[in-house]
Design a protein around this ligand. Structure first.
Ligand code: KQY
Length: 365
């Protein structure tokens, strides 16, 4: 049973745990929409299967899939991965799924945010999005977790917590015109405190250059442990990413977290820049109202967009000169977790990466 509660997580003693806290499982949604994924989603389906299979080595994985694609997903995914039928508009469960919260007794509940496809009719990426907006509730129902309905537009990829009272966000995203134009920055902060159980909100000015989510923090800067973050970086001062990363570094260097710690910042050099090829662009259906995928467009590639599982970290790589440095950094940052690399390009072509397509379900222990 899943009740919808009228209180807030904070009032009930719940908080969002860090991603490295123990999981009972992980959720994904099967990609298929042909106006976002090339060739009807076929190459992306192989990439998602690789991510799901990697995560399933260390925790149970469930993949939600439309009725249309059920047979195909079931046959492509290994038997030990659970497949459940669920309507959706696209496959970004980090954003359409629930944000799980836990209390000191180990009970688990979920926050269901409003979802409007990253900006609604102002600068959202597709229309309609009603099926996506219903995903969080359905996941919570399946898992038997009580639900908090949060009264604001927010995506799971736009927040990153340390589990000890601090959340990272970007102004570019949370203050964007298409999300909550009627809420002030202070009101948004209060909702974050109430629904994530945090005390300190660290506002970075921007995310990754040309990130179609309006600068989700999960593609840009994330906790690796309390007091320590990894930040997408470039040494190329002429690259528009440089100013963005430097601005974040400045904020982090002058901020402290909820426990009064200064931040240690680990720079992870970005891949690329990576651009869409003519062949890739040609494989995407053109639909009015959906963000087009034009040849030559720059993609928001990042190694920060990874998944921290129970005993592993799943890291996207891009056949890029910076891959080896990213693997080496992750190996050191996340030891004793094993670093499993997956091909990141097909997921990036859809506008995100490994973190965006996954949603961890904490065990509460
Ligand atoms: O960054 C994320 N959490 C999601 C990326 C969504 C891209 C939609 N095309």
């Amino acid at each position: 049973m899943s009740r919808t509660l009228t209180t807030t997580p904070r009032a009930d003693g719940y908080r969002m745990p860090a991603e490295w806290a123990h999981h009972t499982g992980c959720w994904l949604i099967w990609p298929e929409r042909p106006d976002n994924w090339r060739l009807g989603g076929r190459p992306a389906q192989a990439a998602f299967t690789a991510v799901a299979t990697a995560i399933a080595t260390t925790e149970p994985v469930t993949v939600a899939v439309s009725a249309r694609q059920y047979d195909n997903a079931r046959s492509m995914l290994p038997d030990h991965i659970r497949v459940v039928e669920m309507s959706n508009d696209d496959s970004w469960v980090r954003d359409s799924g629930p944000t799980f919260v836990v209390n000191d007794a180990g009970d688990v509940r979920g926050v269901d945010w409003d979802f409007n496809a990253w900006g609604g009719l102002v600068d959202g990426l597709y229309f309609p999005w009603a099926a996506d907006d219903a995903v969080a509730r359905k996941v919570l129902e399946i898992e038997g977790c009580d639900r908090y309905k949060a009264p604001l537009v927010l995506e799971g990829g736009s927040i990153d917590v340390d589990g000890e009272g601090t959340v990272l966000v970007t102004e570019e995203c949370l203050l964007s015109a298409g999300r909550n134009p009627d809420l002030t920055r202070e009101q948004i902060e209060q909702h974050l405190r109430d629904h994530l159980g945090v005390d300190v909100v660290v506002w970075l000015p921007y995310g990754v250059y040309l990130d179609e989510t309006n600068g989700h923090v999960d593609n840009f800067c994330r906790f690796v442990e309390p007091g320590k973050v990894m930040l997408t970086w470039t040494d190329d001062e002429a690259d528009p990413q440089y100013e963005r990363s430097a601005a974040a570094l400045k904020v982090l260097e002058s901020s402290t977290d909820a426990r009064g710690r200064e931040f240690e910042v680990v720079k992870i050099h970005q891949p690329g820049p990576i651009f869409i090829t003519a062949e890739e662009s040609a494989g995407v259906d053109s639909v009015e109202g959906t963000l087009p995928r034009e040849a030559g467009d720059r993609l928001a590639g990042s190694y920060v967009n990874s998944y921290i599982g129970n005993d592993i970290v799943v890291l996207p790589t891009f056949d890029d000169e910076h891959d080896d440095a990213a693997v080496a950094a992750y190996t050191e940052l996340f030891a004793p977790r094993r670093v499993l690399t997956v091909p990141g390009r097909e997921i990036l072509l859809g506008g995100g990466n490994v973190h965006c397509i996954t949603q961890q379900q904490p065990s509460g222990r």
